[in-house]
Write a new protein. Structure first.
Length: 196
């Protein structure tokens, strides 16, 4: 039985085999989360991000800024409502304050704004058409099912939008429509983070 090792002993052996963390790794583990916390405070209007990051020494500042930029980029989303639009603007301003290459960043922001405009204008029309198509399809299926069960009573008024089947189909259609935008959005977020 002495040959059997506890899970803790095996975990410790694995940790030792990985070796010690480098100085750079230790600094990342310390300062990236600090930047993430500052970004969260900035998004809640609780701090001036540039001033707070400026308080760190020259070795820590880039890591704190990197952590903050990651959180800010993650908070950029499709402009589904006014709150999302305001959050996007705030996150984009915060990132711009932290970047050195403002021209390259603005080029990515231009592509991002184009996607946002398309989502709000052309995408709105697509969503309306998809909504009506799903509504019509689900209503036809419900009427057919009612006619099979009740015969002539199928002329009853149906509140299609209240039906779980409609809600499920609509969420699926909406997710499919949004997926094309989300793919581009994720690509642009990666571009934003790669700008020096």
């Amino acid at each position: 039985m002495s040959e059997m090792k506890s899970a803790f002993e095996r975990a410790m052996e694995r940790a030792e085999s990985l070796g010690k963390a480098s100085e750079e790794d230790l600094r990342k583990w310390k300062y990236l989360p600090e930047g993430e916390k500052l970004a969260a405070k900035y998004l809640r209007d609780e701090c001036d991000l540039v001033i707070e990051i400026g308080r760190y020494d020259d070795n820590a500042r880039p890591l704190v800024a990197e952590g903050a930029q990651g959180i800010l980029a993650n908070n950029i989303d499709l402009p589904r409502n006014e709150h999302a639009k305001k959050a996007n603007k705030k996150a984009m301003e915060g990132i711009k304050d932290l970047k050195r290459d403002k021209v390259s960043l603005e080029n990515v922001y231009t592509k991002l704004r184009r996607i946002f405009n398309h989502y709000e204008q052309d995408g709105e029309q697509q969503r309306k058409q998809a909504y009506e198509a799903v509504k019509s399809d689900v209503e036809a299926k419900l009427r057919q099912a009612m006619q099979q069960q009740h015969g002539a009573a199928a002329d009853m008024k149906i509140n299609v939008e209240a039906q779980p089947q409609f809600q499920q189909e609509w969420r699926r259609a909406l997710a499919q429509l949004d997926s094309q935008y989300l793919t581009l959005l994720e690509e642009y977020k990666r571009e934003i983070l790669s700008v020096p």
